[in-house]
Design a protein around this ligand. Structure first.
Ligand code: SAH
Length: 272
């Protein structure tokens, strides 16, 4: 078990005058990436922190297998979005983290994948920084990396893609508001997070902006988990294929010629 050395803390503590007479703040928030689902993809640092945390505030995408590493006595607070369930708003989560740290707790803020990639981790740490709360960030395997690996789809490959673009397909006003000319470039892989609902629009727009209707595309549901499913197709037929397969969130979309390699590199046997 690690011991905390206050000298290691390079972040400013709370202003001395703000807390005059009160016990010093000793709490700290660790923003930890939980990876895409398979607990084997956790970092050693994540496992160590989960085992010693007083409180773990976790999101929807954190798998049950990952939560098994939380110490039995630790408090668990679910902060994610779940349909038909009351969940915390972003400001409430920020306030909760500040409050727990002020109570002197060692807090793990656990997020799916990597906390700094489409995870609002930056916003949460900004809120802590503003309040003078000490924090650390522990990277995780982001979905693009973990899910593509388990689907046997290399993000780059000398024959097919020299670059890779991560974008969010989260809908704003019912349409995906993306930089289409940069998305349709040849010899690159496009990875779309949160793009399931927008998939028909994305495929249509990419074709409208000059991509071949035959460009390969894969949608991976629950990547790295026993429930992983991979559906492949082309920009022209993918919306229909995904609807037929009945894929549900979380799904990651990968677009580009590297998707052709799935047939040969599909190593993961999810139900095994
Ligand atoms: N911070 C996370 C992303 C959060 S956004 C990360 O770095 O991975 C949530 C989106 O991530 C989901 O809508 C989905 O597009 C993707 N995602 C996360 N885990 C996934 C998984 N196991 N399988 C497929 N997609 C996943």
């Amino acid at each position: 078990m690690e011991t905390m050395n206050p000298m290691d803390d390079c972040l400013p503590g709370p202003p001395a005058s703000a807390n005059a007479g009160a016990p010093p703040t000793v709490g700290r928030v660790y923003l930890v990436g939980a990876g895409p689902g398979d607990a084997e993809l956790l970092t050693l640092r994540a496992v160590r922190l989960l085992q010693k945390a007083d409180v773990v505030v976790y999101d929807q995408l954190v798998s049950d297998a990952v939560l098994e590493f939380v110490a039995p006595g630790a408090q668990r607070i679910f902060a994610g979005k779940r349909r038909n369930e009351h969940t915390l708003r972003q400001e409430q989560i920020n306030a909760l983290l500040v409050q727990l740290a002020r109570e002197g707790k060692q807090v793990v803020r656990l997020k799916g994948g990597d906390p700094f990639i489409f995870g609002r981790g930056g916003e949460e740490m900004q809120a802590l920084a503003e309040q003078g709360i000490a924090f650390e960030v522990v990277p995780g395997v982001t979905a693009a990396s973990g899910v593509s690996s388990y689907a046997g789809i290399p993000l780059t490959h000398r024959d097919y893609a020299q670059s890779c673009l991560f974008v969010t397909g989260h809908l704003k006003d019912g349409t995906a508001d993306l930089d289409w000319p940069s998305l349709v470039r040849e010899r690159q892989t496009v990875v779309i997070y949160m793009g399931l609902n927008a998939l028909p629009d994305i495929c249509r727009q990419m074709i409208a902006h000059g991509a071949s209707p035959e460009r390969p595309i894969a949608v991976v549901q629950n990547g790295s988990l026993a429930t992983q499913r991979v559906v492949t197709g082309t920009l022209a037929d993918m919306a229909q294929r995904v609807a037929q397969a009945g894929l549900v969130s979380p799904c990651l979309t990968l677009i580009g010629d590297v998707v052709r390699l799935h047939n040969t590199l599909d190593w993961f046997q999810p139900q095994a």
